[in-house]
Design a protein around this ligand. Structure first.
Ligand code: GLU
Length: 316
């Protein structure tokens, strides 16, 4: 099997990122698999190479190792998505030839006005299929003053999968309403396309990631089907949040691994706290364990079916 950690280097890493890295790394190690690190830096406005390098430094400091990825190489030419754009171009061109995509000229304000409140288990309906039926003449006219995004022409389909943490999942994509963007109007590729193309190309068989990406999985399953590839096993782990309900992610103001390091936290202490949250080791007042020691233990799949875990104590 092959597992992976695919962070977006848009800031210094937090416990929330390390939590996902830990779960995916240990799951791969328990199965004697190959572990891949891939940098998802296709959002050229938000991602920075220096954050990517800092992230790799922090992972190394914490004791993570990877079999394929930046700094160690592997069968792929690059493990930075910004250096893999040709692959996404190829897939998009083949979809264009098959008439599976169409240009969409809708602006953000219009898209927001049609977005309805998302409910759990339902895909957000961002779109009403407005540009699906445009004539060639209309497209040519619109193209003169606006660059379009490109949407996939979706056929109504349901997808079922068993999530390692969240259990049985059923999602339906509706033709038109759920036609999703593969390339943005600024030319950047959408996460859903890049992640699927790369996971297929890299032979990933298990994807462990944050619960916030559960709803995107159906779009990815749709792409797997179109591309004739076997989807991976998914595990969507609860997000770590603080007691005010804020997610411990780089977008929120919360403590980074760099700050913890500056406060004299040792890697074993950080890993120890996260290992307690996953139920890998017993709770104690100051849990300490290294990744190398954790790998040696026989670990059950953690019971992580909740959406969030509050970890305020860690910040004390
Ligand atoms: N790059 C995404 C993120 O950092 C995760 C992608 C994935 O694991 O599928 O949020």
């Amino acid at each position: 099997m092959k597992g992976r950690f695919a962070p977006s280097p848009t800031g210094y890493i937090h416990l929330g990122n390390v939590w996902i890295a830990l779960l995916s790394f240990l799951s791969t190690k328990q199965q004697d698999g190959t572990y891949v690190v891939r940098m998802e830096d296709i959002d050229l406005q938000r991602s920075k190479r220096e954050y990517g390098e800092a992230l790799l430094d922090d992972l190394e400091w914490l004791g993570f190792t990877w079999d394929e990825g930046p700094r160690v190489g592997g069968p792929e030419k690059s493990y930075w998505q910004s250096e893999r754009l040709g692959l996404y171009d190829e897939i998009l061109s083949s979809f264009a030839l098959e008439k599976r995509i169409y240009p969409c000229f809708c602006n953000r304000a219009r898209l927001q006005s049609i977005a309805s409140a998302p409910h759990r288990g339902e895909v957000r309906h961002h779109y009403d299929g407005y540009c699906r039926m445009l004539s060639n003449e209309a497209i040519a006219a619109l193209c003169t003053d606006k660059k379009p995004s490109y949407r996939l022409r979706v056929d109504t389909q349901s997808f079922l999968f068993d999530d390692r943490y969240q259990g049985h999942q059923v999602f339906t994509l509706q033709s038109g309403n759920d036609d999703f963007v593969l390339r943005r109007s600024d030319g950047m590729y959408a996460y859903n396309l890049a992640v699927v193309v790369d996971d297929i190309k890299m032979g990933i068989t298990e994807v462990i990631r944050g619960h916030d990406l559960l709803d995107a999985t159906v779009q990815q399953l749709y792409l797997y089907k179109l591309l004739g590839a076997q989807p991976p096993i998914y595990g969507h782990a609860p997000l770590l949040i603080d007691s005010a309900g804020y997610r411990l992610s780089k977008r929120q103001k919360s403590i980074t691994i760099r700050e913890l390091k500056a406060l004299q936290w040792m890697p074993e202490r950080i890993i120890g706290e996260l290992a307690v949250l996953a139920g890998f080791i017993e709770r104690s007042s100051a849990p300490v364990i290294s990744l190398a020691e954790l790998i040696e233990l026989t670990l059950d799949t953690p019971a992580l079916h909740q959406d969030n875990i509050v970890i305020d104590a860690l910040r004390a």
